[in-house]
Design a protein around this ligand. Sequence first.
Ligand code: CA
Ligand code: CA
Length: 414
Amino acid sequence: MTYVVNSTADEANASPTSTACASAGSGLCTLRAAIQAANNNPGTDTILLSTPGVYRFSEALAGRGEDMAATGDLDILDAVTIAGAGAGSVIIDGNQLDRVFDVSANGTTTISGVTIRNGNPGAGDGGGISSGATATNQVATLNLINVVVTQNTPGGFGGGIANTDVLSLTDATVSDNTSGTGSGFGGGIYNAGTATLNRVTVSGNAAGGGGGLGSDFDITLTNVTISGNTASSGAALMHNGGQATLVNVTISNNTADPMGGAVFNLGDATFKYTIFAHVPANEACNNFGTSFVSGGHNIDVGTSCEVPCSVPSDCPTGTTCTNNLPPSRRSATTVARRSRRRCSPAARRSTPGARTALLRPPTSAVPVTARARPRPPVPATPVPAGRRASVTARPRSRPAVPPVATVPSGKRAS
Ligand SMILES: [Ca+2]
Ligand SMILES: [Ca+2]
């Protein structure tokens, strides 16, 4: 069935068990009433939000912790398609009363063409959206298309979005969300399932760990910009486990204190055609994971995000192992020079200045010990306090986080 919303008011359906959309107040079809009706009507319905305006939660319907869409957040219990007229014109505003959407429906829910803002579920996860099935053997898949998620502030994880199942964002912006004061994880998005982002901007979000993105499982970023996010560590991305795949990603101007201005990795990560733009004096990447692999063709304003190499055979096809130290530091010790070798596009060799770099000793002349890949510099506090605290506080189905075991022995402060 297709429900056409014809009122921006926030009113519950006249009958909470009806499949017809008519609110208890005006008799019009409100967004809340449409969701209640669609929940009651088996199968994937469509809800059209064609009327521009701000769909603001009513204080009269405040009520966190309710799961039938009658009060507080809009609970999606049956897979649905919600189609808005555009993120610039259709704004769903949680009014700080609760998160905006709580998706627990088995199957595929699609939300497009809306802005989701001002969600605040209190102590819960997912300021704007929480998505994940609660029933055993069910999977909530949420696709967000042409959506803006902004200015949401949960007490828990996932300032903008918290996902425990399957999430995708396409042509979306996740901006200016904040997860739990000080210790929250995933300022823009918290992913404990699988997350796929394509043509997405993640900016201005804040968290204790993972300012832009905090991920415990697989995450794939393609054509993504992550900028202006802040955290204690992993300002752009904190990746705790599973595979992170970054292709055509720009990471710039993210700020972490004390470490990991760009990426904090405890899992497996690969990156290709990726720009790491940060203050060169700061280490932008902290890798304690099982792998941190360059697919080549990256640009690193500093050097910390490129994986060290020792010999050309360490590098992907089309790249070669060259000294990445700035000219002013190339008189450093042999060990330092080797630790700063990075895989760079082979095309660079065509420049006259770099040509001498080709005149290196043959591979056989490099001592075997030099092949051991140096670890990146280890900061004073390997695992952020926020991450530890959060694992303790939220033991639910999160994966085994290997924060301590993966840190090289002898490198922890304290
Ligand atoms: Ca339905
Ligand atoms: Ca609710």
